[in-house]
Design a protein around this ligand. Structure first.
Ligand code: GUN
Length: 288
């Protein structure tokens, strides 16, 4: 029987624990952890993500502040907002929703965020810390994937892991976390030759490519664990549908454990953002 790794359930456990930590935090410091979420433009998917982040924050008792800037905002406007949030002691976490409109320099924006408030873990300082195995603020989606993996593999040591995709948001930090958990890690990407044969040797496959249903049963070693990070909107039989990067119907009978889409990695990302916000708040308040 294939285990369906239930992201809704596991994320609720993370959220419940975080909510308890928020209560303790408020008792101790007399304020709630504060999270600023910045959205530039009107990308529909980003609007949904931001709305869900703010809603979840309120549920766990985190004070959320939403900043919506017009799509044609200048780099200076965005930088100024980040500097204001950096200087505000009631803001413990800053998240700038990506992707940004094309005219804005993403690197410059991420670099402007105070690393102590970087709840996405995207600042080069936090990226470097993760690479050195000394991370405190780890990117939310890979952290969510690790929590799900640890549910089915309490000890990941010695496992062959293949990460499909090399993005800064998922692929690279995912590989770093798997390495830290003593996996043997391979990253494959669009220029890799014979992805299928490399994947089919893996005990663990993490798919983060952004291509609907690309991973087929023939890519998966029987009994492997499959984590599907993809969320792709497609049309099938005249209906709009969300599918992952894994062809679920094809792969599910071959895998020993697999995450569904939706209800897999998605809710874990938001839960880990809450966890990071409380972590960042605690780090900052303990230093005051
Ligand atoms: N866009 C897609 N995923 C993410 C994420 O995890 N954080 C931010 N800030 N933007 C994203």
């Amino acid at each position: 029987m294939t285990v369906l790794i239930n992201g809704k359930l596991i994320s609720q456990q993370v959220v419940d624990k975080t909510a308890e930590e928020v209560v303790t935090f408020v008792e101790r410091f007399g304020i709630a952890p504060g999270l600023a979420v910045v959205l530039v433009g009107e990308d529909p998917a980003s609007q949904v993500y931001v709305r869900n982040k703010v809603k979840r924050a309120e549920e766990v008792g985190i004070r959320s502040l939403e900043y919506k800037l017009p799509a044609d905002s200048s780099q200076e406007t965005l930088n100024d907002l980040i500097q204001t949030l950096n200087a505000d002691p009631s803001v413990h976490g800053i998240l700038v929703q990506l992707p940004l409109p094309k005219h804005l320099n993403e690197e410059e924006v991420l670099l402007a965020i105070d690393p102590a408030k970087d709840v996405d873990g995207f600042h080069p300082l936090n990226v470097g810390a993760l690479a050195c195995g000394e991370a405190s603020l780890v990117p939310c989606t890979p952290m969510g994937c690790m929590i799900m993996l640890e549910h089915v593999h309490p000890d990941l040591s010695g496992k062959q892991a293949v990460v499909i995709g090399r993005s800064n948001i998922v692929g690279k930090p995912m590989a770093a976390l798997l390495l830290q958990a003593n996996c043997t890690v391979t990253i494959v990407h669009s220029r890799t030759k014979d992805i299928e044969s490399i994947c089919s040797q893996a005990d663990i496959v993490v798919a983060a490519i952004g291509r609907p249903e690309m991973v087929k049963a023939s890519w998966i070693k029987p009994g492997a664990t499959v984590i599907d990070v993809g969320i792709n909107a497609i049309e099938r039989d005249g209906k709009r549908k969300l599918v992952g990067d894994v062809d679920f119907a094809d792969v599910e009978p071959v895998a020993s454990a697999i995450t569904p889409v939706p209800g897999g990695v998605g809710p874990m990302t938001i839960a880990c953002l809450m966890k990071n916000t409380v972590q960042a708040a605690l780090n900052q308040e303990l230093k005051r």
